[in-house]
Write a new protein. Structure first.
Length: 290
């Protein structure tokens, strides 16, 4: 597996690559705009060129972006739905300009109706996005969620249903987050639970759909449906599930990206230096892999 992290784009998108290099990352995730705003500043063409050149020079791959947390493709509210689809098209355009593999996005939250209704709404929104950008190769990467509140995507069946509504489009992939998997009720801590979880994933979704893993421990126990990331080996997963993942041939070549807490103020530093907390988590994964 290729070990990497989510890195800040503060100071320009190319700075995320330099931060990844400083941490010895082999893969990378970024926000291509402020994740808590609907609209972002247009990408600086010079920064885009620097970003793409440095990615080529460093061999960091794959690189993905994570969509804004405001986007909700499952909503029935007309204004929010329109804003979400427009914002998601912009996310794909930004990722395409940067040459990224795809955009990771949470499927969304029910605002009315049943889970089945919400899953169909997500698929319909993605279909509209693809219709707006028919020739773009950038992937939509659906992230499996922890299942807080009325969020969808916390069962493998949910992901399979969305894929089914989209006729198995090759432009749609899946992201698994180790914290979300456990929080949503899949036991990957025990050896038996790990085997049963990924047997179910292979049957319902398929490993060919899996494009990205988020490597996060969980502050909350299995089935809590609470999304709280913890440092690798310090939470309810411990180190063993990560060791299994890193040595499981089904995940060979895939990126595992940490989204763990960073040191306070680190992203605002003028000079690019390694964050001690990121270094700790990345070194733990490297030790377990190597």
């Amino acid at each position: 597996m290729r070990i990497g992290a989510h890195m800040s784009v503060a100071g320009g998108v190319s700075r995320a690559v330099e931060r990844a290099v400083a941490h010895g990352c082999e893969a990378l995730q970024i926000f291509s705009k402020n994740a808590n705003r609907w609209r972002g500043k247009p990408l600086d063409p010079a920064e885009v060129r620097r970003f793409r050149a440095r990615i080529d020079q460093t061999g960091i791959r794959p690189v993905v972006s994570h969509a804004s947390y405001l986007i909700n493709l499952a909503t029935t509210l007309p204004l929010l739905r329109g804003q979400s689809i427009t914002a998601f098209i912009d996310e794909l355009d930004r990722a395409h300009a940067l040459g990224l593999l795809g955009v990771v996005i949470h499927p969304g939250t029910c605002t009315a109706g049943t889970e089945e209704d919400a899953l169909r709404l997500v698929a319909d929104a993605i279909r509209q996005v693809f219709k707006a950008r028919p020739r773009q190769p950038t992937m939509v990467i659906l992230e499996h969620t922890a299942g807080q509140g009325r969020t969808i995507g916390h069962r493998f069946e949910h992901l399979a249903t969305i894929l089914g509504h989209l006729d198995g489009s090759a432009r749609v992939g899946v992201c698994l987050d180790t914290c979300h998997v456990v929080a949503s009720g899949y036991d990957i801590v025990s050896e038996t639970g790990y085997r049963e979880t990924f047997t179910a994933f292979e049957r319902l979704v398929g490993f060919e759909r899996l494009k990205v893993l988020h490597g996060n421990d969980s502050k909350k126990p299995c089935g809590s449906r609470v999304d709280r990331h913890e440092h690798i080996g310090k939470g309810c997963l411990g180190e063993e599930p990560f060791r299994r993942l890193l040595h499981d041939p089904r995940f060979t070549g895939l990126p595992i990206l940490i989204e763990t807490e960073k040191s306070k103020g680190w992203e605002k530093a003028r000079t690019i230096v390694a964050d001690p907390l990121d270094t700790m988590n990345l070194e733990t994964l490297r030790r377990l892999r190597d």
